[in-house]
Write a protein that binds this ligand. Structure first.
Ligand code: PBG
Length: 325
């Protein structure tokens, strides 16, 4: 055979392959989600997310120091609200001395350079487990947005660098931006979960925070996974309203959406490899059916290749360890 072009030449050895690799993961690509609990010296493994923990503030601070020393530059904070503080207004979400606000301060004090992003949505604080205020069985939009603005301002006040609205209410990015401006928080960023789909892959996360919806599902606010154009509409609107970073969520089942958004926008695009994606890899690795480390690198590289500039992932630490090998 005489071939003019032999594509396998570039695949011959690990050295050649690394010379021509198009997508390279680096520690600063990752956002590490953290689940925070009340108490002292508390560390609880999440049953459906083996190897992942909910920690009290003191142990969270230790973890944040470890993440920073590995080169991870950003954390995304979620808190587990006590049942007795949950109601239908979600008012614990903007309590100055709430667990979220105390966590932000403690992390800022300990590792001031770490970029702190905070989840903005009512579900952990809602007695109904919904991302918004419930009236007559409906999740009402405009009143919820008012609550999200208060929540965002209180996170900024506590020292958050970015607020990350994950609720999918209409108009919340513009309202949050106005709220931040009116209160002098001109340096607080907004990472919008702009294309967030109603997905089965959030199941383990809802175990972690005990935040599963008490009735119905989230399909009246989160997006239908059948839709693609709508993701672009949502994302462009969020940018117009003031989002600094946009997000596609989940990641692996939505690589096409990540790419479309990447091609359509001029702001950084993040993707969230969610709890169910983590759990699938963990469970099948535990069964001996796939190689966990290889699955971590392959999925994260494919998410970056699809167009994600940043990736929120429960594998952040593992990935950095693997990259450094
Ligand atoms: C809450 C929120 C959810 C996630 C992030 N923020 C759950 C949901 O929308 O039901 C999911 C994260 C994950 O599954 O890892 N608004």
């Amino acid at each position: 055979m005489h071939l003019q072009r032999r594509n396998r030449i570039l695949r011959q050895t690990p050295a050649i392959r690394s010379l021509v690799a198009e997508t390279i993961l680096r520690p600063a690509d990752f956002i590490a989600p953290l689940f925070i609990d009340e108490g002292q010296n508390v560390e609880t493994e999440i049953a459906s997310m083996q190897g992942y923990y909910r920690r009290s503030i003191d142990l969270t601070v230790k973890e944040v120091k470890a993440l920073w020393s590995m080169g991870i530059k950003s954390v995304l904070i979620f808190i587990k609200c006590k049942d007795e503080l949950k109601d239908n207004t979600g008012k614990e979400a903007w309590n100055k001395n709430g667990l979220m606000q105390r966590s932000i301060k403690a992390i800022k004090d300990a590792v001031p350079e770490m970029v702190i992003m905070t989840d903005v949505a009512l579900d952990p604080f809602s007695s109904y487990g919904h991302d918004g205020i419930v009236k007559d069985g409906e999740i009402v939009n405009d009143e919820t947005v008012e609550a999200l603005v208060k929540m965002s301002i209180s996170h900024a006040q506590a020292g958050a660098d970015f607020v990350a609205p994950s609720d999918m209410m209409d108009g919340r990015i513009g309202a949050i931006r106005n709220g931040l401006e009116e209160n002098g928080f001109t340096k607080t960023g907004i990472m919008s979960y702009s294309a967030k789909y109603a997905s089965c892959f959030y199941g383990p996360f809802r175990d972690a925070l005990d935040s599963a919806p008490g009735f119905g599902d989230k399909k009246t606010y989160q997006m239908d996974y059948a839709n693609r154009t709508e993701a672009i509409k949502e994302t462009l609107m969020d940018i117009e309203e003031g989002a600094d970073i946009v997000m596609v969520k989940p990641a692996l089942a939505y690589l096409d959406i990540i790419r479309e958004i990447k091609n359509a926008v001029e702001v950084p695009v993040s993707a969230y490899q969610v709890s169910g994606e983590y759990a699938m890899i963990k469970a099948s690795a535990k069964m001996g059916w796939i190689d966990e480390n290889k699955a971590i690198l392959e999925t994260l590289t494919s998410i970056k290749r699809a167009g994600a500039d940043l990736i929120a992932t429960y594998f952040a630490k593992d990935a950095v360890a693997l990259i450094n090998q």
